[in-house]
Design a protein. Structure first.
Length: 442
């Protein structure tokens, strides 16, 4: 097919997009298996959730700055800077002598991943026609297939046989390889920006939102007034978040606002379940890190499968239909995973995680294509950033909520994680009808 994703016209960009998707996927999948052991060895179990929420909070700032940078100068500078920052974060985390340093590395990784994510969305919008967008986002999800087959399992094996440090350090060559492949390709693609000024105020608001988000969990531990301070931090985080999102997002107004909040709830639900699935299997059922990693792989594979299926059904099933179908599957899967974990039925956990991954894989690409369909060319960076801000903030807030549950009721942390995932999946199911893109907006 002359105008396909791998045709001569688009082959270079497609390979670059796939390579970076592979890089981010491998890190995300590998870390969830290694983190329980790292937290235990570094005596940082109370900071376990912070290791994930710090990544998400840094991503919020990078999303805003990276989106504005893309609109101003095109996606090239943000993409290259994001890869470099991501690699430095891996090195810091991999050599961390204590949990605070590991979290600092996760902050750097989150900043790099946030810039990369926004730049990739803008690159897709600049390079490919709208008809190819579902296919390209399906390929981005397919970039999870190879690392999903080896990432969690290999991470568990490396952690068990060598050290969790190498789960971070060992990914650095992938960063170098992706950069070596991508830089020549970017030079061959003319993608100028508008040259507008960076929105300093929005970047400052993103910093306020990120700091407030990270402060919620520590403030809970302040004697006597901790819950009050944490509540103030929640209000501050939400207030700072509002200027970063399309008007009406927090109220799920029809169109782009509902797309953004649906994406945020989806991401938050998956993050809560994904971060605590290996942890629950290792802590509650004495499953080895290798087996826990293998179970986590199921969700990644089904995610890629769902993404491929929605691509093949792009002309038969609307964006709204895919989002609703995905939300139903994810909600069901989260409930099944929680029940299976509580009962110690590993096969049930596997089936539930398969359904959850299939659901998010079906919905995510359509949330991305809906965002681009509702964005003017000069707003693609900003709106893509808003979509991923919803991702990052939702992830961080969900993990913070589970961290607070853990502080007050340690025995309920896993029930809290999977219960929150199911609740958020139900929320997406309710919002899905409002994500329909008006015909005139296309």
């Amino acid at each position: 097919m002359s105008d396909g994703a791998f045709s001569a016209r688009y082959r270079v960009a497609t390979v670059g997009v796939f390579a970076l998707g592979f890089l981010i996927a491998f890190e995300a999948l590998a870390v969830t298996t290694a983190m329980p052991i790292a937290a235990r060895q570094l005596h940082g179990q109370p900071l376990y959730a912070l290791a994930f929420s710090a990544f998400a909070a840094a991503g919020v700032i990078a999303n805003v700055a990276g989106g504005a940078w893309c609109d101003r100068s095109g996606p090239k500078p943000a993409l290259v800077a994001g890869v470099a920052l991501f690699a430095v974060g891996l090195l810091v985390a991999g050599t961390a002598p204590g949990m605070p340093v590991l979290i600092a590395g996760r902050v750097l990784q989150g900043g790099g991943a946030g810039a990369i994510g926004v730049a990739l969305y803008v690159l897709v919008a600049r390079v490919y026609p709208e008809g190819l967008h579902p296919r390209i986002f399906a390929l981005l999800a397919a970039a999870w297939v190879l690392p999903s087959l080896v990432g969690p399992f290999a991470s568990g094996a490396v952690t068990q046989l060598v050290s969790w440090h190498w789960v971070f350090i060992g990914i650095i060559p992938l960063v170098a390889g992706a950069a070596a492949l991508l830089v020549p390709q970017l030079r061959s693609q003319p993608m100028p920006g508008t040259g507008g000024a960076l929105p300093v105020r929005r970047i400052l608001w993103s910093a306020v939102a990120a700091v407030a988000l990270l402060a919620i969990r520590p403030l809970v531990d302040v004697p006597r007034i901790g819950p009050v301070l944490a509540a103030v931090a929640v209000v501050a985080a939400v207030a700072a978040l509002r200027p970063l999102l399309p008007p009406g997002t927090l109220l799920a107004v029809r169109g782009l606002p509902s797309v953004v909040i649906a994406r945020g709830m989806f991401s938050a639900g998956f993050a809560a379940a994904d971060a605590y699935l290996p942890y629950s299997l290792i802590a509650l059922r004495d499953v080895s890190p290798t087996i826990a990693g293998g179970i986590a792989t199921v969700g990644a594979v089904s995610w890629a499968t769902g993404s491929e299926l929605q691509s093949r059904l792009s002309r038969r099933l609307s964006d709204r239909g895919c989002i609703g179908l995905g939300a139903a599957s994810f909600f069901t899967g989260a409930v099944v995973v929680g029940a299976g974990t509580a009962a110690g039925l590993i096969p049930v956990v596997v089936v539930g995680w398969l359904l959850a991954g299939l659901g998010i894989g079906t919905a995510f690409p359509r949330l991305s294509t809906s965002t681009l369909a509702l964005s003017a060319p000069e707003e693609r960076g900003r709106n893509s950033a808003a979509l991923q801000i919803g991702d990052g903030f939702g992830n961080g807030l969900a993990l913070t909520v589970v961290g607070i549950v853990t502080a007050f009721a340690p025995a309920a942390q896993f029930a809290g994680a999977f219960g929150l995932a199911a609740l958020l999946g139900l929320g997406v199911l309710l919002v899905a009808p409002r994500t329909a893109v008006p015909a005139l907006a296309r």
